[in-house]
Design a protein around this ligand. Structure first.
Ligand code: ADP
Length: 246
């Protein structure tokens, strides 16, 4: 089922297009990675999905009961965020605020907070100070916070920047679980193309001369994908054909 649909959308700033005439549809359960060089418009596209900027032309529509303020967003980490003087529980709980106008947290919101801490494997860090955690732990806390805003869609902006390889791998495993087991649709802006082709179901590649949107498998066999990647398609079917096996 369609979750977000772009119909002939152009986006940019002060009337000047950064991206023009985009048409594609993200379905419930997809795991989409957005790749492309710096300055290609990845952040601009993400801002338009979050409703932070309006399209210059065309329409972005939300379906399957998705509301813009029910999107879980994990921004790139800043120094200020890393030094945030609050407990893990308080940071995660604050994610519930995007869904409510009340300054008080309900019982249900507190339960959602604990559930999401469990899901992201940080329940034992509940009373720790956020700024004393490792980069990988902080990223899990911010992921749990983002989950408090949504049951449907997570948007992640370069989430493994600054993480060591083990923490990055653990983070990818967690995202895959949320996608496969909990059915949460994932949209991730990333420079880690190798991880993108292993984990994502779909790729959106923003290039200077051409854009691509489609399944990861099709991307690996496309001209734009072949020009960007130095790897063969890892799917079982293609591996069999390359090795000449049955
Ligand atoms: P990416 O995330 O792929 O690095 P961005 O979406 O940040 O790319 O930027 C795409 C283009 O939009 C760049 O040319 C950038 O200079 C321009 N841009 C980004 N933010 C703004 C802004 N607030 N005002 C004007 N131009 C911007």
């Amino acid at each position: 089922m369609s979750l977000i649909k772009f119909a002939d959308v152009s986006i940019g700033y002060e009337g000047v297009n950064v991206l023009s005439n985009l048409s594609f549809e993200i379905n419930t359960g997809d795991y989409l990675c957005i790749v492309g060089e710096n300055g290609s418009g990845k952040t601009t596209l993400m801002k338009s999905m979050l409703g932070l900027i309006s399209p210059i032309s065309g329409t972005i529509s939300y379906d399957d009961g998705l509301k813009q303020n029910h999107i879980g967003y994990l921004p790139q980490q800043s120094k200020v965020q890393k030094d945030f003087p609050a407990s893990v529980y308080e940071v995660v709980l604050s994610g519930c605020l995007s869904k409510t106008y009340s300054p008080f947290y309900s019982k249900a919101q507190k339960k959602t907070t604990l559930d999401n801490m469990q899901k992201t494997g940080i329940a034992d860090l509940k009373n720790k100070c956020f700024r004393e955690l490792s980069g990988g732990q902080q990223q899990r806390v911010l992921l749990a916070r983002a989950l408090c805003s949504t049951e449907k869609l997570l948007i992640l902006d370069e989430p493994i920047t600054g993480l060591d390889p083990i923490a990055a791998q653990e983070f990818y495993t967690l995202i895959k679980q949320l996608n496969h087991i909990n059915g949460i649709t994932v949209i991730m802006v990333t420079h880690d193309v190798n991880a993108a082709i292993i984990n994502a179901s779909h790729i959106l590649h923003l290039g200077k001369d051409a854009c691509f949107y489609g399944s990861t498998h099709t991307y690996l066999h496309s001209e734009i994908g072949k020009g960007f990647l130095v790897t063969d398609c890892p799917c079982e079917n293609c591996k069999r054909n390359h090795s000449g096996g049955a």
